[in-house]
Design a binder for this molecule. Structure first.
Ligand SMILES: NC(=O)c1ccc[n+]([C@@H]2O[C@H](COP(=O)([O-])OP(=O)(O)OC[C@H]3O[C@@H](n4cnc5c(N)ncnc54)[C@H](O)[C@@H]3O)[C@@H](O)[C@H]2O)c1
Length: 300
């Protein structure tokens, strides 16, 4: 059923500029709440996502599943019949428990694991624990990320450069490496990249570089895995209304946080791409990147 309660935000650009400490909490976001299970209607309102059992019996690992895009992916996966194992930072426990509640409300299981993915040991633990809890892994969603705006390379510290790579790309490799021996034909890996890999955003040089690496990692891993029937794809969102924004972007950037559609996307609008890539609806799509970015034309 259509709901117009948040229609102003869906149609126009009404970001409530605010500040949060990294990593940011969805429970503390100002303004209209990000949409998890509702997608836009033609008239600027929202309607409940219509599920069709596309992921029945599947088990998914979702990093950064406590909030934003990861939470919406867990919720739509649940509506399509999949259980999830979500990974997040310890300080995000409250958001993680809310994701668990939302998934359970849809009739599926959600296992939670607070772990810093910068720590190598935790990457193996994620896969071991997910297998212990769920018995198998059909879908790996690599989604966790860090960003911090710095305008010039001369001010970008070596520490930040390495921290960003340690958070945004190294765990994608490790989790895929540890999960793949347990995956089979029909299973899939979906990596969250960003529009910034394609437009080269200057004030996020380190983040943008990791996102480019994710696109190339997706292509190379796909070329290894396609003979096993495992599809590896990426999603490259444009601006999306999530805790990452008030916790990492300055006020000017928040004010300009929009797209050719005149608004940022909702997490649910990105999550539909993950459902598509995880399901057999996308059976002949592999090694590709989808671009839910509000209408920016990019190559690749
Ligand atoms: N929001 C946007 O505008 C936007 C645009 C393009 C791409 N993305 C991508 O979407 C993905 C999800 O981000 P989001 O916007 O939903 O924000 P978000 O803040 O809701 O999610 C990011 C998550 O990453 C996780 N994370 C960060 N560092 C971690 C660490 N060291 N260990 C474990 N987990 C860690 C946290 O749990 C956090 O919730 C990211 O890959 C981001 O780059 C977001």
């Amino acid at each position: 059923m259509a709901s117009n309660s948040d229609s102003q935000f869906a149609q126009g650009h009404e970001i409530p500029v605010s500040d949060q400490k990294m990593p940011g909490l969805q429970s503390e976001m100002k303004g209209p709440p990000p949409q998890n299970d509702h997608i836009p209607t033609e008239d600027g309102g929202y309607q409940l996502y219509k599920a069709a059992g596309k992921l029945e019996g599947k088990k998914a690992v979702i990093t950064g599943g406590d909030s934003g895009i990861g939470r919406a992916v867990a919720v739509l996966f649940a509506m399509e019949g999949a259980d999830s194992f979500i990974v997040y930072l310890p300080e995000e426990e409250k958001d993680a428990q809310e994701t668990k509640r939302l998934v359970e409300e849809k009739g599926q299981k959600c296992y939670t694991f607070a772990a810093d993915l910068k720590d190598k040991k935790n990457r193996k633990k994620v896969i071991d624990l997910a297998l212990e809890k769920m018995g198998k892994i059909n879908i790996l969603v690599n989604n966790a990320a860090y960003q911090n705006m710095i305008n010039d390379i001369s001010e970008l510290s070596e520490e930040q450069w390495e921290l960003t790579f340690n958070t945004n790309i190294h765990p994608y490799f490790y989790l895929a490496k540890y999960a793949l021996p347990h995956m089979k034909s029909g299973d899939s890996i979906i990596n969250n990249a960003s529009i910034n890999a394609y437009i080269g955003r200057p004030d996020l040089l380190d983040y943008t570089s990791t996102k480019g690496a994710i696109v190339s990692f997706t292509r190379g891993l796909h070329n290894q895995m396609i003979s096993r029937g495992i599809r590896v794809n990426a999603v490259a969102p444009g601006p999306v209304w999530t805790p990452l924004i008030p916790s990492t972007m300055n006020h000017e950037a928040q004010e300009q946080f929009t797209s050719p559609m005149g608004r940022p996307s909702q997490p649910s609008e990105i999550a539909t791409c993950f459902v598509f890539l995880a399901s057999m609806d996308s059976s002949s799509i592999a090694g590709q990147t989808l671009h839910p970015n509000g209408g920016v034309v990019v190559n690749g």
